[in-house]
Design a protein around this ligand. Structure first.
Ligand SMILES: NC(=O)c1ccc[n+]([C@@H]2O[C@H](COP(=O)([O-])OP(=O)(O)OC[C@H]3O[C@@H](n4cnc5c(N)ncnc54)[C@H](OP(=O)(O)O)[C@@H]3O)[C@@H](O)[C@H]2O)c1
Length: 188
C-alpha cells in the first residue's frame, strides 16, 4: 500500500495555528495527546514519521529535538546541516520525502506518517493524493495568530477513532474537542 498522510493540528476558532513562531496557547494535555498519537505504533518494531516544515522544526525547544521515539522529516530548501541528528532528516520537497517513505528502508521501518505543520505543509498535504486523515483539535476560543490553517477540502467525512476521546476537554478555562476526518475522495 502507498504512503498515507495523517495530518494533526490544533486550530482556534479563527483558524489560527501559530503566533511568533510558537503555539498561541499552552495546553499540556492537548500536547500530550499529540505526542501519544504521533508516537503510538501497533507494531513495537516500527516507528512513526513526523513530517514538518522548517519553521515548525525551529519552534521545537532544543531539548525535545528531534521529537523523541519518532523519525523526524523536515522540509527545507536551505542547506541546514542535519548530519549531527540521528533521527532527523531533511528533504527539499514533499515529493522527495514521499519517495523516501516508499523506499524499502522506510517501508520496513515506518508504521504511520504524521504531518505536523505548519501552514504550507498542511496545505500541500491536504491537496495531495496521499492525504488520508485529519486529526483536528478545535480550540473553542479566538487567539491573536499570524499563521492559519488552510481551508478544508470538501471530500471529508468525520469518523470515530478508538485512540481519540470524544468528550469535550478543558484546560485553563479553555475548552476544546478532538475530531477525526477521513478523505473520501477516490484518490486514496
Ligand atoms: N497549532 C498547531 O497544531 C501547529 C502545528 C505546527 C506548527 N504550528 C505553528 O505554526 C508556525 C510555523 O508554521 P509556518 O507555516 O510558519 O512554517 P512551516 O510550514 O513549519 O515551515 C515553512 C518552511 O518549511 C519549508 N518548506 C515548506 N514546504 C516545503 C516544501 N514543499 N519543500 C521544501 N521546503 C518546504 C521552507 O523552509 P526553508 O525556508 O528552510 O526552505 C519553509 O520556509 C509556528 O508558529 C508553529 O508554532 C502550529
Amino acid at each position: 500500500m502507498g504512503v498515507k498522510l495523517n495530518l494533526i493540528v490544533a486550530v482556534s476558532e479563527n483558524m489560527g495555528i501559530g503566533k511568533n513562531g510558537d503555539l498561541p496557547w499552552r495546553l499540556r494535555n492537548e500536547m500530550a495527546h499529540f505526542s501519544r498519537l504521533t508516537t503510538k505504533t501497533n507494531d513495537p518494531s516500527k516507528k512513526n514519521v513526523v513530517l514538518m516544515g522548517r519553521l515548525t522544526w525551529d519552534s521545537i525547544p532544543a531539548k525535545f529535538k528531534p521529537l523523541p521515539n519518532r523519525i523526524n522529516f523536515v522540509l527545507t530548501k536551505s542547506n541546514l546541516d542535519f548530519s549531527s541528528y540521528e533521527n532527523a532528516h531533511k528533504f527539499d520537497s514533499l515529493q522527495s520525502a514521499i519517495d523516501a517513505l516508499e523506499s524499502d528502508k522506510y517501508k520496513a521501518l515506518v508504521e504511520n506518517v504524521w504531518v505536523i505543520g505548519g501552514a504550507s505543509v498542511y496545505k500541500e498535504a491536504l491537496l495531495s493524493k496521499y492525504f488520508y486523515r485529519l486529526y483536528l483539535t478545535k480550540v473553542q476560543k479566538s487567539f491573536d495568530c499570524d499563521t492559519f490553517f488552510p481551508s478544508l477540502p470538501e471530500n471529508l467525512k468525520e469518523i470515530s477513532e478508538a485512540n481519540v476521546p470524544t468528550e469535550q476537554q478543558e484546560e485553563k478555562g479553555i475548552t476544546y474537542s478532538y475530531h477525526v476526518y477521513e478523505n473520501i475522495s477516490e484518490a486514496v
